[in-house]
Design a protein around this ligand. Structure first.
Ligand code: NZQ
Ligand code: ZN
Length: 381
């Protein structure tokens, strides 16, 4: 078990009808909120009314910044920064999925920075401060509601990069599983795959495979995501399954599932970000294409030990090959694509995808070269 520091300052308020509690929490931080949201789901499921009502009850003025797209883009972040400055916003409230929360985080940091916000994403500047962030999560997937990272696409350069810093931990996140009842099937699938991806990246790339407590957390979270997703797909109104899924996805990327691993990498994410940057594919769908292929590569280069252990604990399989198939079967069961062709991505594009992925691989300091990435993508044909 490697040395580690674990810190997570985000206050989570979880359960039915908790969103209104964000009002008094936000009032502790300021009086002028920038309300960041997407393209309308929060107006359909009642989240918008509850949230604006709760903020107004506390005397908080609300400036709206909506239209955040899945895979949020830099130009929209920049316009949010301008709006927050023009209206002297002193806090940010994000309502939606990971894209909304990520854009809110980028705005929160950008408002406090004299240079261009993209500097944070390409390693030119570190995030030192940010406006206080409050979130109402409506899509369990990314963990952004309880972590200090955000991902934005620079649409001019086709780079999907991340930025992070302790100032980006949301101050308070309200998680009401009932808000997830309106998710379409594709987003249920994307969320499940993304949560699984966060659970497995550290487990399979760790340099220290003797961190038993973290292994057990990983196994339990994976079982919970798989079981909850199965229940949700059978019965969309299953509140306890929705609740279990929501909390599992949060725990999957709040730092807990990698403590003690040391030296791990986020290779599947690095490759996926390239797919999202080039084809605007949903993050979860992109991961479903990459992960089974990467497992086949992992088996060839690192051997069967981790796949056998994970497979036995999570799927009840006996061999590494069976474990890879079980992952693929789970992704297929959710409806996610598991081959490039199923997402209409031509195999001839593999060198271009790998070249784009190398940008992030270098930025994240990972030791992979383009031929290896091309080989992995070749296994996804
Ligand atoms: O735009 P609206 O109308 O809100 O609709 C959204 C969007 O179309 C919809 N949606 C959200 N909640 C809903 C709902 N529809 C009905 N009912 C609800 N309750 O779902 C669509 C997708 O939303 P999005 O926020 O894009 O999905 P997700 O949460 O999967 O976020 C993906 C983004 O997060 C990044 C990804 O790369 C991607 O850009 N990630 C962020 C991470 C982080 N900050 O830690 C880590 C992840 O690995 C990931 O990279
Ligand atoms: Zn992810």
């Amino acid at each position: 078990m490697q040395n580690f520091t674990f810190i997570n300052p985000t206050r989570i308020i979880f359960g039915k009808a908790v969103l209104a509690k964000l009002g008094p929490e936000a009032a502790k931080a300021g009086q002028k909120a920038l309300l960041v949201y997407g393209r309308g789901s929060i107006k359909k499921n009642g989240v918008y009314d509850v949230l604006t009502g709760a903020l107004e009850k506390e005397g908080i003025t609300v400036t709206e910044h909506h239209g955040v797209k899945p895979n949020p883009v830099l130009s929209h972040v920049r316009s949010g920064i301008r709006k927050a400055r023009e209206n002297s916003c002193d806090l940010i409230v994000a309502a939606g999925g990971g894209s909304v929360i990520d854009e809110a985080k980028a705005i929160a940091a950008g408002v406090k920075y004299d240079g261009d916000v993209w500097d944070f994403f390409c390693g030119k500047a570190a995030i030192r401060e940010a406006l206080p962030i409050f979130t109402a999560l409506t899509l369990p997937a990314t963990g952004s509601e309880m972590n200090s990272g955000c991902v934005v696409t620079n649409e001019a350069t086709a780079q999907k990069f991340s930025a992070q810093g302790p100032a980006l931990f949301p101050r308070v996140s309200a998680l009401d599983p009932e808000t997830t009842m309106t998710l379409p099937r594709t987003q249920i699938a994307n969320g499940a795959v993304d949560a699984i991806a966060h659970i497995i990246e550290g487990y399979f790339t760790t340099k220290d495979a003797d961190a038993a407590v973290t292994d057990e957390i990983v196994h339990a979270l994976a079982r919970s995501v798989i079981d909850s997703t199965g229940r949700i797909l059978k019965d969309r109104a299953d509140y306890n399954a929705r609740a279990s899924m929501m909390w599992s996805a949060t725990l999957a990327l709040n730092g807990l599932a990698t403590c003690g691993y040391g030296g791990m990498t986020f290779i599947n994410h690095a490759i996926e970000h390239s797919l999202s940057a080039l084809y605007d594919i949903a993050h979860g769908a992109g991961l479903a294409l990459v992960i089974p292929a990467w497992f086949k590569h992992h088996l060839q280069t690192s051997g069967p030990a981790r796949l056998e252990k994970f497979g036995a604990e999570v799927f009840g399989t006996s061999t590494a090959e069976e474990a890879i198939k079980a992952f693929e079967d789970f992704f297929r069961k959710t409806g996610a694509p598991v081959r490039l062709s199923e997402a209409a991505i031509p195999a001839e594009d593999i060198p271009r995808i790998a070249e784009n992925a190398m940008g992030l691989i270098r930025l994240w300091g990972m030791k992979h070269e383009q031929p290896e990435i091309e080989k992995i993508l070749g296994l996804a044909k």
